[in-house]
Write a protein of this length. Structure first.
Length: 192
């Protein structure tokens, strides 16, 4: 082999070796040989936060307005709402810190923007001391007005007046001291 051919052969060999090394390096960087990335499949309707056996306190600058205990709370940022289920218990407080009423229900939906709440299923509300008791299937709490109301069937036991009222729809303040009931029927004890 002449010296010029030998130089060309060595140069070609170097080019081939360099090309093989580059191709091997590029092939090593592909995803085929890398271990799979552990990615969780999250459903589009999955909550952004979830808590179990949680206590949530709703406070204004100077006082606690309500204290809520729930079996499971799921918060959805995009929808601006929190779903409460597995048993809901709420205590509503007056501005002086005294207990106004308690609410127990199966589940509830809280609008995180307005802090309004809709309680569902076996809704039971008692004023402090059980003086007035409300039972219904659905109850709405208006945060700004500090009132509760419903358009469902309702039963109100007023132990102070000695009467049980039933109707479809009602509205009341949180202490259950001033209420209106619609489409009313009921029983009253005569004055003695």
């Amino acid at each position: 082999m002449n010296p010029t051919a030998q130089i060309r052969f060595v140069s070609c060999t170097r080019v081939v070796v360099l090309a093989c090394a580059l191709l091997t390096g590029i092939a090593a960087c592909t995803d085929k040989d890398s271990p799979p990335i552990n990615r969780a499949l999250i459903a589009a309707n999955a909550p952004d936060e979830e808590s179990r056996n949680a206590t949530i306190v709703f406070a204004d600058s100077s006082w606690t307005k309500a204290r809520l205990q729930v079996g499971r709370a799921r918060k959805f940022y995009g929808r601006g709402e929190t779903l409460l289920d597995s048993g809901v218990y709420v205590e509503f407080y007056a501005s002086d810190g005294s207990l106004n009423a308690t609410l127990v229900c199966d589940s509830a939906l809280v609008d995180d923007r307005t802090m309004n709440m809709i309680a569902y299923g076996n809704v039971h509300v008692e004023s402090d001391g059980g003086q007035r008791i409300i039972d219904t299937d659905r109850l709405k709490y208006d945060h700004v007005e500090q009132r509760v109301h419903s358009d469902a069937r309702v039963s109100i036991i007023d132990n102070i007046k000695g009467q049980t009222l039933r109707g479809v729809g009602f509205t009341s303040n949180l202490a259950l001291t001033r209420y209106e009931i619609y489409n009313i029927s009921g029983t009253m004890k005569p004055n003695q």
